[in-house]
Design a protein around this ligand. Structure first.
Ligand SMILES: NC(=O)c1ccc[n+]([C@@H]2O[C@H](COP(=O)([O-])OP(=O)(O)OC[C@H]3O[C@@H](n4cnc5c(N)ncnc54)[C@H](O)[C@@H]3O)[C@@H](O)[C@H]2O)c1
Length: 429
């Protein structure tokens, strides 16, 4: 299924019990109930709610959105699913503070606009609440450091909800990498190639700006790196045996948005002749301490089918997601010939994917991720994606912009403060 298809499914709250949720009920029944809140019940927050309602042992205690009708809709979904109606918090843009101060929550899902993610997460941690933050976790490196420092000080884990790290194909590849089938990893490539101009940044019917559109006018950077880089950081052992040391980003001209408006709405549409700072394709090259390289493409504003173009290359082989192929020097049947990826995905399947979840949002990836997050909250343990990995993915937003502006590489912070040298691989083990 394409990401667009995933997204369309994701926006429909999947209320009801799936096969997986039945098994989760059995798994979670004897454990204590997790008290959850949701801030931001737009498309993504409602999709998360739908998934959370299929997991047993969770109570949705409180819901907050600027738009009261979205809160009401979310609360109705809880009732329809046979749960208690959550309390609604919807006065102004700071009502989330009151909710986090007053409600006794174990965790909160943050699915608001980008600029409020970090402030809400910081406040949650200070109240002893696990934040599950939508992507990106923060818009500045300064906020990224604050998330780390607050998580360290409060002892509350902080997870960015990067769902593509939990995809079945990406986890199978991680298993294969850990078995040494690709030898030493040398290079990776990834992209977020997804035409979002025609539905996410602008209204499909009127062309009016939606909340993320002003970022395209104001900045030129990789605005959305986390879906592409999420799985890659585990393949490259970032923060666990290696770290990024520098990032060098460059951007193409910005032509796609103007061309889209002229094509679809005509030359006179107010958005057709605005000057967008955001280049159509941003290419970032990152180097690591141990000599690996990574290329990331931002590609959200040209017409094209969805793709992540994941590629992993090591001393013993190569995986090419877009080709649907893999080659392993010591295992593939024919010398220097591709073999199909799919049988390998089945063979090296990760145990988080032991049920068919294809009827769930994003093909089940969101449910796998949320289940792992909730399991961590339930036992007050570490989250599957920690604050340092969240930081690495997030920092690319601002750092890529600085590099484009300077037309020079910029240093990549060591968010682990040296611990990367002794940290052991952790994600999905
Ligand atoms: N991981 C994924 O696959 C994926 C997919 C889509 C969106 N996202 C992320 O999810 C987030 C939300 O995106 P969306 O598409 O759902 O947008 P949306 O506009 O549909 O929903 C955002 C909601 O947040 C509410 N909100 C904003 N500021 C608030 C505040 N201060 N207090 C309370 N409510 C507030 C808005 O009223 C709105 O209902 C974004 O960060 C986006 O990057 C992730």
């Amino acid at each position: 299924m394409t990401r667009r298809g995933f997204i369309e499914k994701g926006t429909l709250a999947t209320v009801g019990l799936s096969t997986l949720s039945k098994s989760l009920i059995a798994e979670n029944e004897s454990q204590h109930t997790v008290r959850a809140g949701i801030i931001g019940t737009g498309n993504r927050g409602t999709s998360h709610l739908g998934n959370l309602l299929t997991i047993a042992g969770i109570e949705i205690i409180a819901i907050c959105d600027l738009d009261n009708s979205k809160c009401e809709h979310a609360a109705d979904l809880c009732v329809k699913a046979g749960r208690t109606r959550p309390k609604i918090w919807s006065k102004d843009e700071n009502t989330w503070k009151e909710m986090l101060d007053k409600e006794k929550l174990d965790c909160v899902i943050i699915a608001t606009y980008w600029d409020s993610h970090a402030p809400i997460a910081l406040h949650a941690m200070r109240n002893g609440i696990y934040p599950g933050i939508e992507v990106p976790a923060a818009l500045t490196v300064d906020y990224t450091w604050q998330l780390i420092e607050t998580s360290e000080k409060t002892g509350i884990p902080c997870m960015m909800l990067e769902n593509w790290s939990f995809r079945q194909d990406n986890l199978a590849l991680l298993n294969m990498k850990r078995l040494g089938l690709f030898g030493d990893i040398v290079h990776c490539h990834c992209a977020h190639s997804h035409d979002c101009i025609d539905h996410w940044f602008f209204d499909q019917k009127t062309g009016d700006q939606k909340w993320p559109a002003p970022y395209l006018l104001k900045y030129n950077r990789d605005q959305y790196p986390t879906h592409s880089v999420g799985p890659v950081i585990s393949w490259m052992d970032i923060n666990r045996g290696d770290i990024f040391t520098e990032i060098y980003s460059t951007a193409s001209a910005s032509k796609g948005i103007n061309a889209y408006f002229k094509r679809k709405f005509g030359n006179d549409h107010p958005n057709a002749n605005l000057k967008y700072k955001q280049g159509d394709i941003v290419t970032s090259v990152l180097k690591t301490k141990m000599g690996k390289t990574l290329v990331i493409n931002y590609d959200l504003q040209l017409p094209r089918p969805y793709s992540n173009r994941w590629l992993l290359q090591g001393t013993l082989g190569v995986y090419d997601e877009e080709k649907g192929s893999v080659y392993m020097e010591e295992k593939s049947p024919e010398y220097h010939q591709w073999e199909l990826w799919k049988p390998n995905e089945v063979k090296y399947n990760h145990n988080w994917w032991n049920t068919d979840l294809s009827d769930q949002s994003h093909g089940g990836t969101d449910l796998v991720m949320l289940n792992q997050f909730i399991n961590a909250v339930r036992v007050k343990g570490p989250t599957p994606i920690d604050v340092y990995d969240s930081a690495v993915m997030t920092a690319i937003v601002e750092l890529s912009g600085i590099s484009i502006k300077k037309n020079a590489p910029v240093p990549f912070p060591d968010f682990t403060k040296g611990k990367w040298e002794t940290n052991k691989p952790y994600f999905a083990l």
